[in-house]
Design a protein around this ligand. Structure first.
Ligand code: SAM
Length: 281
């Protein structure tokens, strides 16, 4: 039985004495069309190994299991375990694990991540999977609409989040979802986003340099990048004009206008800044 009917869902939660917890982002999907859209865009087949984050009341979990070889569903809320185990006991290709996804070691090399994400922890979860030694083939996630739009942003609307995700992956919004597709309804709209990791050949040292330069470049998003790269030095020891000129020249060498704000730079420009500035910043 799939709990996509609001009244049946409420009754099932009552039977297990569960009240949805806001702090765990518990808005359960009650719209079969949303489940279908998620499954369709994940392009699922019987070859697929799926990791689901936060199965909740299992509506998405059961649909996924019909289409793939195996679903591993990681749920943080212990209260949901009896309900989930009862719902999935007849379905041999679902394993429900009680764990925080951020503490869970991924046992697969080839897998897809699918989730209606708990919104309070969206960024750390995306970061975890994109930085994995074996990242997933794709992530199909329901996130806050505003976060989805920030992830796929282009210059001049880049942020630390969009550059970080786009460094590792291609991302696109598949569909927007109304609040009424969930119970209890969240206060904001959601979107389904598909994130496909790129085959990156950058070594660990380059990645560390890239994210150090990026954080520094975005330390004050509304300031010019030259100012951001210069800031600590000025605070410590007054303006060092020689260093300022060196930084300015290296920024120029990276094909970047030093007066631009970080929001207006693209990924290639950040890579170029990393190559040219990482020895001195
Ligand atoms: N997948 C279900 C659905 O679509 O109806 C539930 C989605 S609900 C938005 C988020 C789920 O993630 C909840 O079941 C919540 O308990 C669980 N959750 C919250 N934080 C988690 C974490 N850190 N690790 C694993 N699950 C988590």
């Amino acid at each position: 039985m799939t709990l996509t009917n609001k009244d049946i869902l409420k009754e099932a939660l009552d039977n297990y004495s569960i009240t949805p917890k806001k702090s765990l982002g518990q808005n359960f999907v009650i719209d079969k069309n949303v489940i279908k859209k998620i499954c369709d865009c994940a392009d699922l087949s019987k070859e697929d190994q799926v990791l689901e984050i936060g199965p909740g009341t299992g509506a998405l979990t059961l649909s996924l299991a019909e289409k793939v070889t195996h679903v591993t569903a990681i749920e943080k809320d212990r209260r949901l375990m009896p309900l989930l185990l009862d719902l999935t006991k007849e379905t041999k290709n679902i394993s429900v694990v009680h764990s925080d996804i951020l503490d869970f070691s991924i046992p697969f090399k080839k897998y897809k991540v699918i989730a209606n994400l708990p919104y309070y922890v969206t960024s750390p979860i995306i970061k975890k999977f994109l930085e994995e030694y074996f990242p997933p083939e794709m992530l199909v996630l329901t996130v806050q609409r505003e976060v989805a739009e920030r992830i796929i942003a282009k210059p001049p609307k880049m942020s630390l989040l969009s550059v970080s995700v786009q460094f590792y992956a291609d991302a696109k919004i598949i569909s927007h979802i109304s609040k009424n597709s969930f119970w209890p309804p969240p206060s904001i709209e959601s979107s389904i986003i598909k994130i496909t990791p790129k085959k990156n050949s950058f070594d660990k040292a380059f990645k560390e340099d890239f994210f150090r330069i990026l954080r520094k470049g975005f330390s004050h998003p509304r300031k010019q990048i030259l100012t951001n790269f210069q800031l600590d030095r000025e605070k410590k020891s007054g303006v060092d004009f020689t260093k300022r000129e060196i930084i300015c020249n290296l920024i120029k060498k990276s094909n970047v206008d030093a007066r631009k704000r970080p929001e207006s730079l693209n990924i290639d420009q950040w890579k170029s800044l990393t190559k040219n500035l990482s020895k001195i910043i």
